[in-house]
Design a protein around this ligand. Structure first.
Ligand SMILES: Nc1ncnc2c1ncn2[C@@H]1O[C@H](COP(=O)(O)OP(=O)(O)O)[C@@H](O)[C@H]1O
Ligand SMILES: [Mg+2]
Length: 379
């Protein structure tokens, strides 16, 4: 019999330790939000919210998306308690807070305008809310240091806000909202004043911070790309009414109506003239559908996403074939956009720029359309 070998004493370092430590540094509670028949009217004629029913899960990155004036800010202000609804109920963390004042809700807001004190240091800006709440100097210092570390602005804390760039100011505004440890963070178009590059960078950063904190974020934007890249789910609003709630891919690939489709950036919508379960007639001609893919029963519109079309190849079996002419070609670098004329109707197509021969204006092209990619959309 041989003695079993003693286990070697090796210390493994887990590359995730660093991240875990950070996660433990700022644990946050998250709350769910429930809106039931929420209504808000300004004056006699302006119905800002027309009966909003919505459930936001705890820890979700949830986005309110819609055009200017559709009621996004009003909804956020009601969540914050800065505006009273005319009807309906609001529950945060399962509790009815409809009549609870703002300072007694565990909710904080980041505004587009930052709303920082320009002449104060970053440190004093971050400590302001804690001071108003009467927290001790020791607590203030600890929490400010923690949040500054979390958002990685350690080297900026002594600077005055008016000496910072727009992107830095927006991160301070975020840190100032987080330092008060809300269960829900509301963000009203916080990135729309920034230039495109910085905006893209902060979109990724904000999303990472939200995931690390596990906090509920309600984010407002009018930009569908921003909504898709950041959100777990999106609610599309029009005139105070929720049109659709879903994941980015649900809302983009299966918009429930023409408003949502157009707002998500779709151009290829064709009025359905006649239809059966597995085909539709439009200005493009008759197209075969996959009946299993269809959600909408009524007449309405046919949506064709430009990126699903294939140009100038052998038409695969079972695909629809369209013949047309290239009317316009837009060179976008990574992709090429074509405006095609099909039987007098305009169809947009997009192809990745893989370096093969491009189709020229005036070329006759064959377009392959997979039945599974055709979506019927309500009017
Ligand atoms: N304090 C107010 N007084 C009167 N009308 C308002 C007020 N706040 C918002 N509105 C109106 O309510 C509608 C929704 O506004 P808002 O919630 O700010 O939209 P969004 O943030 O989506 O642009 C708009 O028609 C707006 O003019
Ligand atoms: Mg607004």
């Amino acid at each position: 019999m041989t003695n079993p070998m003693p286990a070697p004493e090796v210390e493994y370092s887990d590359p995730l330790d660093d991240i875990r430590e950070r996660d433990e540094a700022m644990p946050r509670e998250a709350s769910s939000i429930e809106l039931k028949g929420l209504r808000k009217q300004f004056g006699k004629d302006t119905v800002a919210l027309d009966g909003v029913d919505l459930t936001i899960e705890a820890g979700e990155f949830f986005t309110l998306l819609g055009p200017s004036g559709c009621g996004k800010t009003t909804l956020l202000r009601i969540l914050a308690g800065l505006e009273d609804p005319d009807g309906g109920k609001l529950l945060i963390g399962g509790k009815d807070v409809t009549d609870i004042p703002p300072h007694r809700r565990s909710v904080n807001t980041v505004f587009q305008s930052y709303a920082l004190f320009p002449h104060l240091s970053v440190r004093d800006n971050l400590a302001f809310g804690l001071r108003m709440r009467g927290e001790s100097a020791v607590e203030r210092q600890r929490k400010v240091a923690e949040v500054a570390d979390f958002i990685q602005l350690g080297s900026l804390v002594e600077r005055r806000v008016d000496q910072l760039s727009g992107g830095q100011r927006q991160r301070i505004a975020l840190a100032r909202a987080l330092v008060c440890e809300p269960n829900v963070l509301l963000l009203d178009e916080p990135l729309s004043a920034l230039d495109a590059g910085l905006r893209g960078q902060l979109q990724v950063e904000l999303q990472r911070i939200q995931k690390r904190l596990g906090m509920t974020f309600v984010f407002v934007t009018h930009d569908q790309d921003e909504a898709m890249v950041m959100s777990d789910r999106i609610a599309v609003l029009d005139s105070g009414i929720i049109q659709q709630v879903g994941t980015p891919s649900e809302v983009y690939e299966h918009p429930v109506n023409a408003f949502v489709a157009r707002f998500m950036g779709h151009d290829n919508l064709f009025a359905i003239q006649r239809s059966a379960d597995d085909w539709v007639d439009t200005d493009l001609g008759r197209l075969q559908l996959d009946p299993a893919q269809q959600r909408v029963e009524q007449q309405g519109w046919l949506l064709i996403r430009p990126e699903t079309l294939e140009l100038g190849i052998e038409v695969p079996p079972g695909y629809n074939r369209l013949e047309g002419t290239v009317r316009e070609r837009l060179y976008r670098g990574s992709r090429i956009e074509y405006r095609l004329d099909i039987n007098g109707a305009t169809l947009m197509a997009v192809a990745s720029n893989l370096g093969q021969r491009l189709h020229a204006v005036g070329d006759r092209v064959t377009v392959s359309v997979c039945p599974e990619d055709l979506v019927r959309v309500a009017a």
